[in-house]
Design a protein around this ligand. Structure first.
Ligand code: KIV
Length: 266
């Protein structure tokens, strides 16, 4: 299978083929996702919560994102790898934003970056695109804005807020974004945005009409259980399975069942 490119994203939208995307933060999980044939891996700043055990994504640093993106790109043969720009890595100035975005491609081997926002970051999207850094915008619920948004709430519920989100999506597209991620908005609003944009939309908690879907891997596999958002479907329960396996190992060591002759040298 050839390496997935941003042109494949656009082709899939034109052909009406859904784009598949999951997060990953390390070599083994990235390898599994890639071998399963998923189109795209996002090295999300969600790693702050699902890997680092933080309350939210705000403390995650550029250096941590570069480290995890390297682990992922080392494993991936086909999927498009996108690095997620952490809080304050693209807010303080355009030059700073472009330099940080460039690190994902130059130092970590990613093929694109994602940043949160639409209209307010249009200048950053334009400057990055000019520097040949493909950008995915992220509108709707933006976890880096939880303090302003007052928590993890569904966005675009009023007529005015919905109109604003449609405008944001157009501004991001006009600034050069190759795709727009839409998080936690009513499904009819995501459908309207998807129909109006020439570039693909990727939904998370945005219903079935987006051009593609993304979820956090640790939610999909049942590893992260601090809270399970309504839009998550758990396809496995690896935390419970891992605890069972570790308990069994403990019991067998304590009772002398492990190691047996089979696991010993003669
Ligand atoms: O950081 C992340 O994993 C994300 C997803 C929730 C889309 O931005």
């Amino acid at each position: 299978m050839p390496k997935i490119t941003i042109q494949d994203f656009l082709r899939k939208k034109e052909q009406g083929t859904k784009i598949t995307m999951l997060t990953a933060y390390d070599f083994p999980f990235a390898q599994m996702i890639d071998e399963a044939g998923v189109d795209c891996i996002l090295v999300g700043d969600s790693l702050g919560m699902v890997v680092q055990g933080l309350e939210n994504t705000l403390p995650v640093t550029m250096d941590e994102m570069i480290y995890h993106t390297r682990l992922v790109t080392r494993a991936v043969k086909n999927a498009l790898v996108i690095g997620d720009m952490p809080f304050m890595s693209y807010h303080a100035g355009i030059d700073d934003a472009v330099r940080n975005a460039g690190r994902f491609l130059k130092d970590a081997g990613a093929s694109a970056i994602k940043l949160e926002g639409g209209a307010e970051v249009a200048d950053q999207i334009r400057a990055m695109t000019r520097a040949d850094i493909p950008v995915m915008a992220h509108i709707g619920l933006r976890p880096q804005s939880i303090h302003r948004m007052g928590g993890y709430k569904v966005q675009g519920k009023t007529e005015e807020a919905a109109k604003r989100l449609v405008e944001e999506a157009h501004i991001a597209e006009q600034a050069g974004a190759f795709a727009v991620l839409i998080e936690s908005v009513p499904l009819e609003l995501a459908k309207k945005i998807t129909a109006e944009l020439a570039v693909p939309t990727i939904g998370i908690g945005a219903g079935p009409h987006c051009d593609g879907q993304v979820l956090v891997l640790h939610d999909v596999l049942g590893i992260f259980d601090r809270f399970v958002p309504k839009f998550v479907k758990q396809y496995a329960h690896l935390k419970a399975d891992a605890i069972d396996a570790v308990k069994k190992y403990k019991e067998e060591v304590e009772t002398g069942v492990f190691p047996s002759e089979k696991e010993s040298f003669k």
